[in-house]
Structure formats: structure tokens, C-alpha cells
Design a protein around this ligand. Structure first.
Ligand code: PLP
Length: 459
């Protein structure tokens, strides 16, 4: 057989024209979302003030298996997709493993992450509905960047509330968002009621994600034609990210390969949910039985140490509540350099699959993650994002297990992005000053104590 190439790019024509909705094949559905205003299961109409109509429909639609990707979205996808499937020959060789390691690289666009796949869809549907502006928050900055790119392309004004400490520490992220005409406001700010209140109480605060979300939401609901958008966790976001898995599956079929193990990092679950979608379909329908592994930081262990409970998806408590693995919406993870993995909960779809035994999860410490990241950078010449490097860590660990057992397993992992804006983290690792933080049971209890009480459902 011909040697498998290092990089396999599908042609534009081979790019999927439909997203895949994993819920259509799930044996049991995630529990219904609850409207916090009524404490009753949320309806599609309940979501209209928060999401635009087509996205609200996608959020609730568990039946439609394949959803057409609008032409306008496909046109923008074509500027950076299909993304390459890469065989990590150098890494395999350095590890001395019989395993075959493949990764799907999503960092090939200016936002530097997979987040653009959903940002484009969300900006398009907002434009299609005639909305006139969007707001969001950003912590690490990837989501804000991706959404700014998409909003600029479709001509929708965007306001990004950026946690003040990130705003100060990552001035170049801000500059990219501004290049795409996004307006960046350090949060807390004097542009909202809640921001002014927080500033009055604590003028020197460096801000928090919760506060930035609350400001973005307030701005959206008090501005005509404006909506607030989220970059992970939601069912609609997993739907859009299914393009990652669909492309991977086509590419692997062309190579006559099928993964024994599929690995992805998990913050809110969107890249993992997208990558595994068609492989999980095979698993649920009995066509194949790959192992599927979610990798999370030990500092924010929602799957491995969280509760499967109803919780708020946003700290502002306006979006519907979902049943998911969560650390509690008030849980504040200690300073971890993988900013994109600091979310308190996990996608309700992935939570349900994990709960029902279709998936495994591991938690890894950040110094181990950066050991893997620097090794990978030198061998594969891609400087990975700290978030993505969680998946690299576990892929390496699984490949080393194969070395012990002599099994030539096929491993596929998601390389979600590049780490050029995370060089402070790399510097800390290289200087030996990076620390591992693992919350105590006491820390976690504080988060669990804040879980909402829902009469008759969760007392
Ligand atoms: C946001 C982000 C993640 C984590 O988000 P998910 O929704 O869990 O995929 C992972 N990698 C990168 C590069 C990110 O920007």
C-alpha cells in the first residue's frame, strides 16, 4: 500500500454540505432545558429573546439528523476549510509506538481555533433574521476573535466584553478583534447597569467571566435588534462543529482507516462533540466501537469530579438551565493557562453520553500538558494552544500504552488551535514557574452548594 501522506486535504467538493445532529441517533435524549423564569421546560419560543429564531430551532431540534449548511456559510467555510488531517509520523517515531496517530488541525484560520465554525453560522443566522447587532463576552479571546471575523464578514456590528485582566494582558487579541471592526470593552465597564454597580463597589477589580457575561447579556436585552451569542456548550454549537468530525471521517475512509480511539479536549464540549459526532453515531448504532475520551484540566474537572445536575449555563442566569456535568456556575477555577477550558459545565449532549457510558473522561495537570505541548511543537512544527495540548497529552499517553502492549491502535485527536497568544504560559512553563492547581473537595462543595433548586425536579 502507498505510504499515507503527512497531510490529507479534502477538496472543496468533498467538504460536507450538511451538519450532523447527534441527538437524532441518541437512544435517550438529554433532559429538557428549564426556563429559569417559569421553572418549566423551555420552549423554542422561550429562547427567542436570547437566540435568533433559526438557532433557537436548532437548539431544540432533536429529530433532524442532517441539517443543510446555508450556502453563505459554506462560502466562508471554503476560505479555510476543509482543514487538514495530519499523520503525526514524527511524534510516533519519537515515542517509539506502534500506534498510528492522526490529528485534525483546526488552527488554520486567523482566530486560531475551531470556534470560527460556529461563529460563522451564528453570525449568518443573525444577519438572515435582520438583527442589527450582537454582543458576547470573551475571556481567553479566541471566541471574541472568531465572532469578530464572522460578524465583519456578514456586516453585523459586534460588541465584545473582555474580562479586564485579559484586556490588559492580551492587547494583541484586542487588536485583532478591532481589526475586524469589533468593539472591545474591558469588563466591568460603565456601559451597563451591572458594570457600574460592580465598579462602584470595587473600582480596582480585574473583572471576571461571570461579570462580562452579565454585561453582554444586559446590553443585548436592552438594545433593539441585538442578541447575545455563546461559543460552546449549546446543542447548536455542537451541530455546527460536527463539520470537524464529518471531514475527519471522510479523510480517514480515503486512507482506509478507522480510529480505535478518538480524543479531544473538553471545555464546554464543542470541539469534542463535533469531532466525535459521526464516530459516536457508529457507536450508538452498533456499526463500530471506538473508545472516546474527553480530556479536561485537573483544575476544572467538570466530568471527572462534577455533579450531573441542572445548572445555569451562564453566570448571568438568563439562558435556560440545562442538566449537565457541572461544578456549579459560581465555581471559579484557579489560574490555569488553558483559558478556553475554564467553563463550569459541560455540553448537555456530551454529559448525557458520558452518564450513559458511551464516553470516558480523564483530567490532566497543566505542567504535564505543557510537556506534551513543547514536545509536539518541536516534532510536528505546530505550536499548539494550551487547550488543544490536553488532547495531545492523552494521545501520547495512549500511544505509550500501545508501546507497552505492542498493539498498533489507530488514534485520532483534535488539535483545536494554535497558541501564539499564550506565550506567557509557555514562558512560565519554560521558566519552571508553572504550578498545578487541583481544587479540594471543599472548593468543589462551595460550587455544588450554589446549584439551583427547581421545585419537583431538583430540590
Ligand atoms: C475554546 C477552545 C477550546 C475549548 O472549547 P470547547 O467548546 O470545549 O471545544 C479548546 N481549544 C481551543 C483552541 C479553544 O479556543
Amino acid at each position: 500500500m502507498a505510504k499515507i501522506p503527512h497531510r490529507l486535504y479534502l477538496t472543496e467538493d468533498q467538504m460536507p454540505k450538511q451538519w450532523y445532529n447527534l441527538r437524532a441517533d441518541m437512544k435517550e435524549q438529554p433532559d429538557p432545558m428549564i426556563n429559569p423564569a417559569t421553572m418549566k421546560p423551555a420552549t423554542e419560543e422561550d429562547l427567542y429573546p436570547v437566540f435568533c429564531k433559526k438557532l433557537a430551532h436548532q437548539e431544540m431540534d432533536a429529530q433532524t439528523r442532517y441539517v443543510d449548511i446555508p450556502d453563505e456559510v459554506l462560502e466562508m467555510y471554503k476560505m479555510y476549510r476543509p482543514s487538514p488531517l495530519i499523520r503525526a509520523y514524527n511524534l510516533e517515531k519519537a515515542l517509539g509506538t506502534p500506534a498510528k496517530i492522526y490529528y485534525k488541525f483546526e488552527g488554520n484560520n486567523t482566530s486560531g481555533s475551531h470556534k470560527l465554525n460556529s461563529a460563522i453560522a451564528q453570525a449568518y443566522y443573525a444577519k438572515d433574521q435582520g438583527l442589527t447587532s450582537l454582543t458576547t463576552e470573551t475571556g481567553a479571546g479566541q471566541w471574541g476573535t472568531a465572532l469578530a471575523e464572522a460578524c465583519s464578514y456578514f456586516g453585523i456590528p459586534l460588541t465584545v466584553y473582555m474580562v479586564k485582566v485579559s484586556y490588559q494582558q492580551k492587547p494583541f487579541r484586542k487588536a485583532i478583534i478591532e481589526t475586524f471592526d469589533g468593539k472591545v470593552i474591558p469588563s466591568p465597564s460603565d456601559t451597563t447597569e451591572i458594570g457600574r454597580k460592580i465598579l462602584a463597589e470595587n473600582p480596582n477589580t480585574s473583572g471576571s467571566l461571570g461579570c462580562a457575561i452579565s454585561e453582554a447579556v444586559e446590553k443585548a436585552v436592552t438594545t433593539e435588534g441585538c442578541r447575545y451569542v455563546l461559543g460552546s456548550v449549546l446543542n447548536q454549537v455542537l451541530l455546527h462543529q460536527s463539520i470537524i468530525g464529518l471531514e475527519s471521517k471522510i479523510a480517514m475512509e480515503m486512507l482506509d482507516e478507522y480510529p480505535d480511539i478518538v480524543i479531544g479536549c473538553a471545555g464546554g464540549g464543542s470541539n469534542l462533540g463535533g469531532l466525535i459526532a459521526p464516530f459516536m453515531q457508529d457507536k450508538i448504532t452498533g456499526k463500530a466501537d471506538p473508545r472516546i475520551i474527553a480530556v479536561e484540566p485537573a483544575s476544572c474537572p467538570s466530568l471527572t469530579r462534577g455533579r450531573y445536575a441542572y445548572d445555569y449555563c451562564d453566570t448571568g442566569k438568563v439562558a435556560p438551565m440545562a442538566r449537565m456535568y457541572t461544578l456549579g456556575s459560581g465555581f471559579i477555577p484557579s489560574a490555569n493557562h488553558a483559558g478556553g477550558l475554564r467553563y463550569h459545565g459541560m455540553s448537555p449532549i456530551l454529559s448525557k453520553l458520558y452518564h450513559d457510558g458511551y464516553m470516558e473522561a480523564v483530567a490532566v495537570e497543566q505542567t504535564k500538558v505543557f510537556e506534551a505541548a513543547t514536545m509536539f511543537a518541536k516534532l510536528e512544527t505546530i505550536l499548539p494552544a494550551p487547550e488543544s495540548s490536553h488532547a495531545i497529552r492523552t494521545a501520547i499517553d495512549e500511544a505509550l500504552k500501545c508501546k507497552e502492549t505492542g498493539e498498533a491502535k489507530t488514534i485520532l485527536f483534535g488539535l483545536t488551535g494554535t497558541g501564539y497568544f499564550d506565550m506567557a504560559a509557555y514562558s512560565a512553563f519554560l521558566a519552571g514557574s508553572m504550578k498545578d492547581y487541583i481544587p479540594t473537595d471543599e472548593d468543589l462543595k462551595r460550587g455544588f452548594d450554589g446549584l439551583p433548586k427547581i421545585p419537583g425536579i431538583q430540590e
